[in-house]
Design a protein around this ligand. Structure first.
Ligand code: FES
Ligand code: FES
Length: 211
C-alpha cells in the first residue's frame, strides 16, 4: 500500500473509530485509534491508543460530560465532529470566514474552527444538536423551515446558532440590522432574504421585514 493510500486509510479509521467512541461514551475516555489498532478493533480485540502529546480534558457539550484525551492543537470544531461525532456543526472554510462552524460557548456564539478544544474545560458548549430535536424544534429552527431559510442546508446549522445568539444581543429592529449582525455567516446558496425573514419572525419584527 502506498504511503498516500496508507495515510488516507489511517485518517478514515481514526475518524470512524473516534466517532463511534464519541457516540457511546459519555463520561468515558475517548481516544483516537492508530490504523493497525483500528484493524484489531474491527476484529474484536480491545485496544486503546492515546495520540502522542494528548492531554486529558473534560468538556460539557449539550449538557453531557465528555472525558477526552486530545492533542492541544485540536480545534473545538474538529473535536466536536471527529472525536464526539456531533457532525451537525459544519466545516466550511476552517479559517473563521464563513460561520458554518458556529456554536455557543456560555451562550455566546463563536467560530469553533478558531478555538482550541482544550480551552473550553468548564464551559457550557451548545451545538445545533443541543438546540432542539426533530420532535421538538427550537422556535428558530421552526421559523427557518416555515420561511424556507435554506437551500442546500450546509450553512444552516451555523446560521441558526448565530440567529439564536443574536436574540440576546443588542440588535436594531430593521432588516439591515439583522443582516449586519448575521454578516459573519455566509450562504453560498444566497438564501439571505428568507433567513432574514425567519429571524425577524422569531423576533416579532416580521412586519418590518421586506417579504
Ligand atoms: S468553518 Fe469556521 S468560519 Fe468557516
Ligand atoms: S443554504 Fe446552501 S449554503 Fe446556505
Amino acid at each position: 500500500m502506498s504511503e498516500e493510500v496508507s495515510s488516507k486509510v489511517s485518517r478514515r479509521f481514526f475518524i470512524q473509530k473516534a466517532g463511534i467512541a464519541g457516540a457511546s461514551a459519555v463520561s468515558t475516555p475517548i481516544v483516537g485509534l492508530a490504523p493497525v489498532q483500528a484493524l484489531a478493533a474491527t476484529a474484536g480485540a480491545a485496544v486503546t491508543f492515546i495520540p502522542e502529546g494528548a492531554q486529558p480534558v473534560r468538556l460539557k457539550i449539550n449538557s453531557k460530560e465528555y472525558n477526552l484525551k486530545l492533542e492541544p492543537r485540536v480545534t473545538l470544531l474538529d473535536c466536536l465532529r471527529e472525536n464526539i461525532g456531533l457532525t451537525g456543526t459544519k466545516k466550511g472554510c476552517d479559517h473563521g470566514q464563513c460561520g458554518a462552524c458556529t456554536v455557543h460557548v456560555n451562550g455566546q456564539r463563536i467560530n469553533s474552527c478558531l478555538s482550541l478544544a482544550m480551552m473550553h474545560e468548564g464551559d457550557e458548549i451548545t451545538t445545533i444538536e443541543g438546540l432542539g430535536s426533530p420532535e421538538k424544534l427550537h422556535p428558530m429552527q421552526q421559523s427557518f423551515v416555515k420561511h424556507d431559510g435554506f437551500q442546500c442546508g450546509y450553512c444552516t446549522p451555523g446560521q441558526i446558532m448565530s440567529a439564536v445568539a443574536l436574540l440576546k444581543e443588542p440588535c436594531g429592529k430593521a432588516d439591515s440590522d439583522v443582516r449586519e449582525a448575521m454578516s459573519g455567516n455566509i450562504c453560498r446558496c444566497g438564501a439571505y432574504k428568507n433567513i432574514c425573514t425567519a429571524i425577524q419572525d422569531v423576533r416579532g419584527n416580521l412586519k418590518e421585514a421586506k417579504v
